[in-house]
Design a protein around this ligand. Sequence first.
Ligand code: HEC
Ligand code: HEC
Ligand code: HEC
Ligand code: HEC
Ligand code: HEC
Ligand code: HEC
Length: 332
Amino acid sequence: MPKHIFRLLALIAAGLVVAAIAKPLLTDSSFYRYGHYRADSVPEIAAQEPVYQTPSYCQSCHTERHAQWSASNHKTVVCEVCHGAAKGHPQNGKLPIPKDTAKLCTLCHEAMPERPRTQPQIQVAKHAGGQQCNVCHNPHAPKIAAAATKVTGNEAAGKERAAAACAGCHGADGISPNDTWPSLAGQNAAYLVRILAAYKSGDQTDAAMTPLAQALSDGDIQDLAAYYAGLSCKATSGGKVVGDADRGKLLAKNCASCHGETGIGSNPAWPILAGQKPGYLANVLKAFKAGLRKDPMMASVSRGLSENDIADLAAYYAAQSCQSTKQGKAKP
Ligand code: HEC
Ligand code: HEC
Ligand code: HEC
Ligand code: HEC
Ligand code: HEC
Ligand code: HEC
């Protein structure tokens, strides 16, 4: 055999030997074990610890949130659905707080034709406009309470009491003579009970109202609420208007899910705004904004309002008719 042929064959043979030795060294031991090439990933993945904890993990540190959440219908939505996997928290840092709730909440709540109705659904544009959902809803207890206090007061007794103690400021017929004091005629009775009780307990304070309310018994409050709610608010409008009611009407769309389109909402525990004194409306909105008057829903709603917005909203609501207001007790 010529030398050069022999060398070629020897080279090929050496290559084959090297390949045969190298193959088991380069191939993963799991080759073919899973029917195809896949390294040792399965045991590796199986060996990883779970990244999700459970809501009970959060309970000891975030007691208040956990309590709100577990008492609400959202207890079916576990914390980490919204906040992400909690492994390593709190040692390795905070968990993210969802910023864009309009995006997060609509993942489950936007009404779509194909979506099964396993949770309540909304038409987003109509329901929230462009607002974030947590302006009105607490994500940990999203139900917006509709519960109203029952009003069982006696109108005649309320009338007597009002003439003696309240008429000077709120008017003989519940229509305030002063632009910055509220009219009470035709206001929701359940709201009147709630707000008077709040003045009495100190949850809400006002230089004029606090001492007066402290002198009232629970029975007096019921009677006064029944009396004022039954009065006609026909003559309520009036007062100095500084804002632009047309612009106010546009802004009021953001308030409509609670206060109704024209300031008459569906929840009797909340105040009617239609026909209220514009000066009073503006002052109250400024007080909410500054945190002087406290209500969690109004706090977040009023935060973004400018001075002009407030004047315009006040002008709009003051100009609305309160005639259809009364939940029951209207007198023509
Ligand atoms: C061992 C206590 C502990 C546990 C358990 C715990 N957290 Fe926290 N969490 C903290 C601390 C401490 C902070 C930081 C608070 C701060 O600095 O304001 C925090 C911050 C957060 C924040 C961010 C708050 C902010 O103001 O930025 C979120 C959201 C949060 N935790 C959610 C959760 C969730 C959901 C769970 C359960 C899966 C959980 N945490 C379990 C202690 C805990
Ligand atoms: C439906 C989504 C959702 C669920 C479920 C949820 N959260 Fe939150 N969480 C939010 C949003 C949105 C915020 C932002 C603040 C706000 O709007 O109140 C927040 C804020 C927080 C904060 C920060 C509070 C602050 O203002 O500094 C903590 C802590 C927290 N959540 C803990 C929890 C715990 C614990 C659970 C479970 C028991 C939970 N969350 C369940 C959406 C959710
Ligand atoms: C992962 C899906 C999911 C997300 C995200 C979610 N929800 Fe829910 N939500 C539900 C389910 C499910 C229910 C109904 C629970 C039930 O009725 O048992 C519910 C109930 C509600 C209710 C009615 C509560 C009641 O007591 O009647 C409101 C309001 C609500 N969610 C608002 C929100 C808001 C606001 C957000 C965003 C911060 C949000 N949801 C995020 C699934 C979700
Ligand atoms: C301006 C205030 C406001 C904003 C913003 C808002 N909601 Fe609501 N939402 C309400 C009020 C008030 C109710 C209860 C009265 C009702 O049933 O209409 C409610 C009820 C709901 C319900 C329960 C409906 C039912 O059929 O029981 C869901 C779900 C809901 N909202 C989801 C959302 C989501 C998601 C967003 C954000 C895209 C959002 N909301 C933004 C005020 C608001
Ligand atoms: C010295 C004047 C004065 C007298 C007297 C007075 N009030 Fe008031 N009242 C006010 C002022 C001012 C406010 C607005 C307070 C504020 O801005 O928080 C108010 C607010 C109220 C509100 C809240 C209205 C709303 O829309 O939120 C109610 C209810 C009320 N008064 C009832 C009464 C009753 C009942 C009496 C008699 C027992 C009475 N007031 C006597 C000055 C008075
Ligand atoms: C999520 C529901 C909700 C939304 C949205 C809302 N409000 Fe309110 N509003 C309330 C509740 C509840 C009260 C009663 C607060 C209290 O008891 O102090 C209130 C009280 C008020 C009052 C005080 C009335 C009085 O007689 O004292 C004014 C004014 C008012 N809201 C204006 C607005 C305006 C303007 C907007 C929109 C920019 C708005 N609200 C949006 C729930 C809401």
